[in-house]
Structures are given as structure tokens and as C-alpha cells.
Design a protein around this ligand. Structure first.
Ligand code: 13P
Ligand code: SF4
Length: 374
């Protein structure tokens, strides 16, 4: 099988047109900033749409036209007519929006430093090399690669080229089913926990093998040959933090509490929780709760704080208290950056535009379109 040949560098920041915030925007106070953001939005009218991921800070989601999980935001991006889409999220989300939107639309990531570390754990160059080894270990198998949305465009392109697709945490099980209708093995990248949780949901918990690209001992060709699902050894440090004893402790302290966690959490944490789901599922669960219910939330702290603010009738708790983390990548989208990119657009200047390279874009779109169809 031919493998992809993309011009990929192993680097944290994928775009070298990264522009830093001008000094005059660094110390704006909230009242002034809010006024300026709203004025710029009025001046731009229908020319701009602001998308905000659930993990963005309050000062970003308050100005967003749509707030949602990765899947909802990719659908909003696909439906957007505005010439400018400002993405309150991380690089891989803005890349996906650029792939899905028309060529005349510009996708702006206010700070180009918003790079998800998990996406960096499976670089296309590295996966391309591993593909060689994995396909050699199972020469008779038809292996379908599936990449989680939390990956860069070149890896999405690689998956398309090898007959695979993209998924988010809300449709991973459907992507696996799609793949098993077409092949006999899945290589899932980069999040081993989402992969394991999905295997479990499909009753395939005993069919998995791990592939650790950094450890020669972590690659067992026999195991790969015998397993239906090969899990790349990537993870999210925000979600790996949650442990079963956090679930037990919250239940001791709040006997009525129910627990919901993101499927990027470890298998045993998902097992111990009452429910698991994407950030949209977590949001809907709190929205649907009865007044006085208690929900402990195992995900990035900003979403927990939003839910607590938006639903004061529900007792919303962070699953591991003060130890719950914010996402350092999401935090890079500072409201001062939002003010700057908006005011620059009013002046006719586009800043921090994410532009996926043309060849890569077409292929990655195939993988994303397959996802939107499953
Ligand atoms: P969602 O797809 O649930 O929004 O999650 C994205 C993410 O980055 C979780 O860490
Ligand atoms: Fe990446 Fe984790 Fe942040 Fe999500 S929470 S963007 S997976 S680092």
C-alpha cells in the first residue's frame, strides 16, 4: 500500500505566520474590551461569525455566535456564509473549519499558539513511519485508520488516503462501525482512552492492542496481528488527571451526586461514572437536570464553571475540586486577541488566518466529509 507523502515537520506550532498581540492591546480592562468587541461586531455585521468551543473562557463564549463541542462547531463552520469565521478554539479545530468552509472564507484563530498537545502526539510523519510497521505486522489485514478530530490536517489527509476517516467523541462509535464495514482492523489515533472507551462501547474491549511510537517495547507485532483495534498511545493531560478515587470521594461527600465524564478520561473512570459523553452531552445533561440535582463533571474546568453559572438551579461540581485543570491550549485565546483580530478586520486587515496547504486540504476534507456522513 502506498503511504502519504506530506511536507510535515515535527513542531508545536504548525503555522509560521504567527503574529503576536500588539502591546497596545495587552492591558485592556474588561469593560473597555467588551465595548470594543461589540462595536467591531456591529461594524462587521454578517461578515463575521464567532465560534466558541465549550472550553473557552467566559470572556470569549460571551461574544460567540455559537458555542458547542468540536462536532457542532464543525457543522456550524460548514453552514457559515460569513467571509470571516473567528474560531475560539485550538489549531486543529480552526484547520477543520478552514477545510470545511469555502475557499473565499477566511478562518481566523486569534492566537496561533493555541495548539492541543494531544494533536501533537501523532504527527503525520511519525504515523506514516508507524503505518509501514503496522501493515507489515498484519500483512493480510485491511486496516482502516481513524483519527480523532484532535489531530492536524496532515494526519486527517493521511487517513483519507488510506481509506479512513475522522471522528469526534460524539460519533467515534459510528466511525468504528463504518470502518469495520470496510476493513478488518482499525488504527485509532491519537487518543488511546477515547479508543478504548469506544471499543468497550462496541463490545470489543478484549480486541485492543496499544502502539507506543516512542517505546520499542511498546510495539508488539504479534499483538497487532491478533487485535482488531490498534490504539496509538496518545492522551490528554487534562482528562488523564481524573481518577476513580475522585468519583468515590465525590459520592462520599455528596451521596445524591451523579457523575459525568468526557470519554478522553481513563477507562476505569468512565466505568465508575454514571455517564460519559462529549462536551455537548455534558452540557445537555446539566440542561436537562431537575432543580436541586447534583452533577459532578469530569472535564476541563471552564466548561464546569460555565455550567455552574448558566444553571444555578443545578448543583454543578468539578469532579476533582481544585485539582481540575484548565486547558493550556484553549487558554491561549485571550479576549485581548479577540478584540485585536476583530478591530483589524474592521480596518480591512486579516490577522492570524489558518490556511491548510491545498493538497492536504482536499484529502483532509474527504476524511471530514466521511465523518459528517456517518
Ligand atoms: P469535544 O469534541 O467533546 O468538544 O471535545 C474536544 C476536546 O478537545 C476535548 O478535550
Ligand atoms: Fe487538547 Fe486536552 Fe485541551 Fe482538549 S482539553 S484541546 S484534548 S489538551
Amino acid at each position: 500500500m502506498e503511504t502519504a507523502d506530506f511536507d510535515t515537520e515535527l513542531s508545536l506550532f504548525k503555522y509560521d505566520n504567527l503574529e503576536q498581540l500588539p502591546p497596545e492591546y495587552r492591558d485592556l480592562d474588561e469593560a473597555e474590551r467588551t465595548e470594543r468587541i461589540e462595536a467591531a461586531k456591529v461594524a462587521l455585521g454578517d461578515d463575521v461569525v464567532i465560534l466558541g468551543h465549550n472550553y473557552q473562557r467566559r470572556e470569549i463564549v460571551e461574544h460567540a455566535d455559537f458555542i458547542g463541542d468540536s462536532y457542532q462547531l464543525s457543522k456550524e463552520a460548514a453552514a457559515a456564509d460569513a467571509p470571516y469565521v473567528i474560531f475560539g478554539g485550538v489549531t486543529f479545530m480552526a484547520e477543520s473549519a478552514d477545510i470545511i468552509t469555502d475557499d473565499e472564507q477566511s478562518v481566523i484563530l486569534p492566537s496561533m499558539e493555541a495548539s492541543c498537545p494531544m494533536a501533537g502526539m501523532a504527527e503525520a510523519l511519525q504515523v506514516d513511519a508507524a503505518w509501514e510497521e503496522i501493515t507489515t505486522a498484519a500483512p493480510d489485514a485491511d486496516i482502516i485508520p481513524i483519527t480523532y478530530m484532535n489531530s492536524y490536517a496532515d494526519l486527517k489527509a493521511f487517513c483519507a488516503e488510506q481509506g479512513g476517516l475522522v471522528c469526534t467523541s460524539s460519533n467515534a462509535h459510528r466511525a468504528f462501525e463504518w470502518a469495520f464495514e470496510r476493513g478488518d482492523k482499525v488504527l485509532f489515533l491519537p487518543d488511546k482512552h477515547l479508543g478504548e472507551n469506544t471499543a468497550h462501547r462496541l463490545g470489543m474491549a478484549d480486541e485492543t492492542a496499544e502502539w507506543d511510537p516512542w517505546d520499542p517495547e511498546g510495539k508488539d507485532a504479534d499483538e497487532v496481528a491478533e487485535s482488531d483495534i490498534v490504539l496509538w498511545d496518545g492522551y490528554c493531560q487534562v482528562h488523564e488527571r481524573f481518577r476513580v478515587d475522585h468519583v468515590e470521594q465525590v459520592r462520599d461527600e455528596h451521596p445524591d451526586a451523579k457523575v459525568i465524564v468526557h470519554p478522553e478520561c481513563r477507562r476505569e473512570v468512565v466505568e465508575a461514572a454514571d455517564k460519559a459523553g462529549s462536551t455537548a452531552t455534558i452540557t445537555e445533561t446539566v440542561e436537562d437536570a431537575d432543580p436541586g440535582d447534583t452533577w459532578a463533571i469530569g472535564t476541563e474546568i471552564h466548561l464546569t464553571n460555565h455550567l455552574s453559572r448558566w444553571h444555578p438551579e443545578v448543583n454543578v461540581l468539578p469532579l476533582c475540586g481544585d485539582a481540575c485543570m484548565d486547558c493550556n491550549a484553549m487558554r491561549q485565546i485571550d479576549p485581548n486577541y479577540l478584540t485585536w483580530v476583530l478591530e483589524e478586520l474592521v480596518e480591512g486587515r486579516e490577522r492570524n488566518v489558518i490556511e491548510v496547504a491545498p493538497g492536504e486540504k482536499e484529502l483532509a476534507k474527504v476524511a471530514l466529509d466521511r465523518m459528517l456522513e456517518v
